[in-house]
Write a protein that binds this ligand. Structure first.
Ligand SMILES: NC(=O)c1ccc[n+]([C@@H]2O[C@H](COP(=O)([O-])OP(=O)(O)OC[C@H]3O[C@@H](n4cnc5c(N)ncnc54)[C@H](O)[C@@H]3O)[C@@H](O)[C@H]2O)c1
Length: 348
């Protein structure tokens, strides 16, 4: 039986998911909910579904089994709890929520309702990200030493809705893209974050939401990573890539352009990688999990972990101190000899 999907939020992410659903066997788009009636109507017209301006009516529909929450971050908790209470499975855009208290209430609600919750950390579904992780795990270029994750892009202030310009409603580049960067870098290194030291600011637009940030992550497996992100205003270059420096070589991947490269003779040499459609891949994973065929590729507590790291970085930026992050309890590969014995910046 095909699962009926309702999308909450007719914005950038909502449109992307509506296009992806057409590539997922076992799922079909039924409805869209958006408080803005003209956005909901235009979305319904484009993607061929019914438009709603209240969520209640959608949640009453028996032909909706999955709710995809693509709303502003401050609405993630309410939408998830309402959907779970109506016994709908939830596909939730990242970051999971704006606070850990919200995350905990959401985790309880889905557990109580016995429904699945997939937090959509889409970066780990890109083909180049997956291949990079496989190469690192295969030890082809030795043991990872550190990762540098860099993302520069135009902030695009003129196309952003008001919620994105205000930290109080979950806006800003750190929550939007820091969530992606922390997830992809931790995932390719098969670990989680143990502590963070960060600076987060708004030098380009002077908003309450940030437009630039730098974070230094101590990873649970003893490795280290930097995250550097800027949403510039006028001039700048576009770059989105992760570089992993290993004991016997270097690797670089760019999820969006599906590029992967490994060093040879002092320069990067591209490696061919087949494309995957990440939004379709993640929905397919949720559908297969609901049907008892797979397990969630992102466990819900990972969504909470990413929120904890995001908030720890904000605290570090406010206080100037390094902030610890609690262990997830998820299975990680054991620390390597290099990680256990190697020198740590933290300790020196
Ligand atoms: N995984 C990804 O690659 C990716 C990409 C973009 C956005 N996102 C995530 O998706 C979510 C939405 O981001 P976006 O960029 O699509 O936002 P957006 O601003 O483009 O769209 C948000 C939509 O929500 C609607 N909305 C606002 N308040 C509402 C309310 N009270 N009730 C109902 N509808 C309301 C708006 O009318 C708008 O259509 C965020 O959590 C973001 O982090 C993820």
């Amino acid at each position: 039986m095909s699962l009926g999907v309702a999308i909450f939020g007719a914005g950038r992410a909502g449109h992307g998911h509506a296009r992806a659903i057409t590539q997922v066997a076992g799922a079909n788009l039924v409805a869209v909910f958006d408080a803005d009636s003209s956005r909901a109507a235009a979305f319904a017209e484009t993607h061929g579904c019914e438009a709603y301006t209240t969520s209640d009516e959608v949640l009453k529909r028996d032909d909706v089994q999955v709710v995809m929450v693509a709303l502003p971050n401050f609405l993630h908790e309410r939408a998830t709890i309402e959907a779970a209470s109506a016994r709908k499975h939830v596909f939730l855009e990242k970051p999971m929520a704006d606070t850990l208290e919200e995350c905990d209430r959401m985790l309880k609600a889905v557990q109580r309702a016995g429904v699945q919750l997939l937090v959509a950390h889409s970066q780990r579904y890109f083909a180049s990200t997956i291949r990079a992780r496989e190469m690192l795990q295969g030890g082809e270029i030795g043991e990872p030493v550190f990762a540098t994750d860099t993302w520069y892009k135009n902030f695009g202030v003129e196309i952003r809705l008001p919620w994105f310009l205000d930290r109080a409603t979950g806006g800003g580049m750190w929550l939007m893209n820091g969530a992606h960067m922390i997830d992809r870098t931790s995932w390719v290194l098969d670990t989680e974050v143990a502590s963070v030291r960060a600076w987060i600011g708004s030098p380009f637009h002077n908003l309450s939401a940030d437009d630039a940030n730098m974070a230094f992550l101590q990873l649970r497996n003893g490795k280290h990573a930097t995250i550097v992100h800027a949403g510039y205003k006028t001039r700048g270059v576009d770059r989105c890539e992760v570089e992993i420096t290993c004991t016997n070589g270097m690797l670089r991947f760019d999820s969006y352009s599906n590029q992967l490269a490994v060093d040879r003779d002092g320069a990067y040499v591209p490696i061919e990688v087949d494309r995957k459609e990440p939004f379709a891949e993640e929905l397919a994973n949720l559908v297969a999990t609901i049907n008892g065929i797979e397990e969630l590729r992102v466990p819900p507590v990972w969504g909470r972990h990413i929120v904890e790291v995001l908030l720890a970085a904000e605290e570090s930026s406010r206080t100037g101190r390094e902030v610890s992050v609690s262990p997830t309890g998820l299975n990680q590969r054991s620390p390597s000899p290099l990680a256990a014995g190697g020198p740590s910046l933290h300790q020196s």
